[in-house]
Design a binder for this molecule. Structure first.
Ligand SMILES: Cc1cc2nc3c(=O)[nH]c(=O)nc-3n(C[C@H](O)[C@H](O)[C@H](O)COP(=O)(O)OP(=O)(O)OC[C@H]3O[C@@H](n4cnc5c(N)ncnc54)[C@H](O)[C@@H]3O)c2cc1C
Length: 252
């Protein structure tokens, strides 16, 4: 499907399962198997309220995880099993795994672990081992840990307050793990991704990060997700570490 077809294609399907992950995040499984890749996103539409981009966590069933932070996300997390949910997609460029890669490092902060799970799962299917690092403010903010254990060789956890795993940022673990992997991926707060991208530059490791910007159309029409001459929806949301570091706004 080209971007004009995708713009016009709105799916409406049933909410199959709703999982309360923590005090503010819910995972929603949709009765739909979508042809999509890790790093891509949906534009989820709540009629009368708006559309918001949400990372895809799984293709079958199509899965998203939503943090209740405002108007539209607050309505999405109120959906219950059997309700209908509307969305367009998949949008954006996916993560890429280099052909020679045998081991990859997947780093997720907050709901950034959602696309990291999808990536680790696809890697495993392709015979590539994945190690995950989950970063969160505290134990209560950790999501998708159990899912990552299923598809990863190892899962490391860091929390800002030390309530689970090592106390501090993901970099405590990443600094140690980076030497043993062929490619590094990160999704989460930009300061975290900038630190990862800088380390990968220093260690000459393949690196990709997923950048979030406010998006309205998802197909490069509105320009609201522009970042230093690139459009997050069309050129991203996945960028190489070098592309991201070249963007003045990145990590600020
Ligand atoms: C490519 C991409 C993928 C995304 N994937 C996910 C995902 O998997 N899960 C998910 O929950 N969200 C995701 N988002 C963010 C999501 O699209 C919305 O920005 C978010 O849900 C807020 O929308 P809202 O209408 O609820 O809040 P708004 O009413 O627009 O904003 C309310 C308040 O929340 C703040 N806010 C906005 N976005 C965030 C945020 N992301 N975190 C914390 N505070 C915020 C605003 O600054 C404002 O103060 C993604 C965004 C992009 C660009």
């Amino acid at each position: 499907m080209n971007r004009y077809e995708i713009l016009n294609q709105v799916y409406t399907n049933k909410v199959k399962t709703v999982i309360q992950e923590n005090y503010r995040i819910k995972t929603i499984e949709i009765d739909h198997r979508m042809d999509c890749l890790p790093g891509q996103f949906l534009m989820v539409w709540i009629p009368g309220s708006g559309e918001r981009p949400m990372s895809i966590g799984n293709a079958d069933p199509l899965t998203i995880s939503v943090a209740n932070v405002g108007k539209v996300s607050g309505e999405i997390v109120n959906l219950v099993e059997g309700d209908r949910i509307s969305y367009r997609g998949p949008f954006g460029n996916p993560f890429t795994i280099p052909k020679n890669a045998k081991k990859i490092l997947c780093i997720g902060g907050g709901y950034g672990v959602v696309p990291m799970y999808f990536l680790a799962r696809k890697a495993k299917e392709a015979g590539v081992n994945a190690i995950a690092v989950i970063g969160a403010k505290s134990e209560n903010d950790i999501v998708w840990e159990k899912q990552l254990f299923v598809v990863c060789e190892r899962v490391h956890i860091t929390t800002d307050d030390g309530s689970k795993g090592k106390k501090g940022t993901v970099m405590i673990e990443v600094n140690e793990l980076v030497e043993d992997v062929d490619a590094v991926y990160a999704c989460g707060p930009e300061k975290m991704m900038a630190a990862v991208a800088k380390l990968c530059r220093e260690k000459k490791k393949f690196c990709e990060v997923s950048i979030e910007r406010i998006m309205k159309c998802g197909v490069g029409i509105c320009g609201s997700c522009a970042i230093n001459g690139k459009l997050c929806c069309m050129d991203g949301p996945v960028f190489t570490g070098e592309e991201a570091l070249a963007m003045e706004e990145f990590g600020k």
